[in-house]
Design a protein around this ligand. Structure first.
Ligand code: ZN
Length: 272
């Protein structure tokens, strides 16, 4: 039996070392190849982590859209607060809405003997005082009219036109453009006043150029009054433009109507 010498043992150890290194190298190559293969086959694992979602970011809706809700049909925007048609100050009187037969009111007398509904006196007085404080001269030339007075007024105008050759039907039609049929005049409510300028007391469109009308058109709403028959609204109001007829509706509603630039019929219909 031959005993292995030192050089033989060294060769033996070197061979073992080479084998060990070869083995380790093979494992490293295999691991590297596996990593490359995994990277090629599973690129999503390399994706960047999701960014933190900012609540105020619009992009989150694009990235994570919420499930679509059923679309409601478009509706007109309702008024901020519902208009109370039951309010005494919003009573609608026109050719299609006659005053109830049993309508009653408490009137008070103005200095010139005309009467108004007592509930609007305070604001009317405040409006006239403010107008006069500007050096102007407003004159209330018409206010509350009883049903009988309205009948007299209407029939006298019809008679005058018939005397000019109009038929009764034509005369009533023509008179109705400026004077309401009995029962359909706002003056019967005691909440309407005709105001003219002392320097021009004609009830025609020239009123709109007077200093008093310019002031009233700009400020009447501050006292609860609206220009009731504005230009361009005759089809809706049934009355031609009257730059002298003011109607009390109360300060809150007057401001809204003025701001919306609409007439009372439009305001009460709620379609603005
Ligand atoms: Zn009037």
């Amino acid at each position: 039996m031959k005993r292995q010498g030192k050089p033989g043992r060294r060769r033996y150890l070197r061979r073992r070392l080479h084998r060990l290194l070869d083995g380790l190298l093979s494992i490293a190559v295999l691991l590297g190849a596996s990593a490359v293969l995994m990277a090629a086959l599973a690129p999503w694992e390399e994706a960047a982590p999701p960014e933190p979602v900012r609540p105020d970011s619009l992009t989150i809706y694009a990235r994570n859209p919420a499930p679509a809700e059923p679309t409601a049909p478009a509706e007109p925007e309702p008024p901020r607060e519902p208009v109370s048609r039951d309010s005494w100050s919003l009573i609608l009187v026109n050719r299609w809405n006659p005053l109830p037969e049993d309508y009653s009111l408490q009137t008070v007398e103005l200095q010139n003997g005309l009467q108004v509904d007592e509930r609007c006196l305070c604001d009317l007085q405040a409006m006239l005082d403010a107008c006069r404080a500007e050096g102007l001269s407003p004159v209330v030339c018409s206010a509350y009219r009883s049903r009988e007075r309205q009948e007299e007024l209407f029939s006298s105008r019809v008679d005058r036109l018939m005397a000019q050759g109009y038929s009764r039907e034509e005369a009533e039609e023509e008179t109705g453009k400026l004077t309401a049929f009995p029962g359909t005049s706002e003056h019967q409510t005691g909440l309407a006043v005709d105001i003219v300028d002392l320097n021009n007391q004609l009830l025609d469109e020239s009123q709109e150029d007077t200093a008093v009308q310019r002031w009233l058109m700009a400020h009447s709403w501050e006292y609860g009054f609206i220009l009731r028959y504005p230009s361009g609204k005759s089809e809706i109001t049934g009355i031609l433009y009257e730059p002298w007829h003011y109607r009390y509706v109360g300060r809150v509603d007057a401001e809204r109507i003025h701001t919306l630039n609409i007439c009372l019929e439009e305001y009460l219909s709620g379609t603005f």
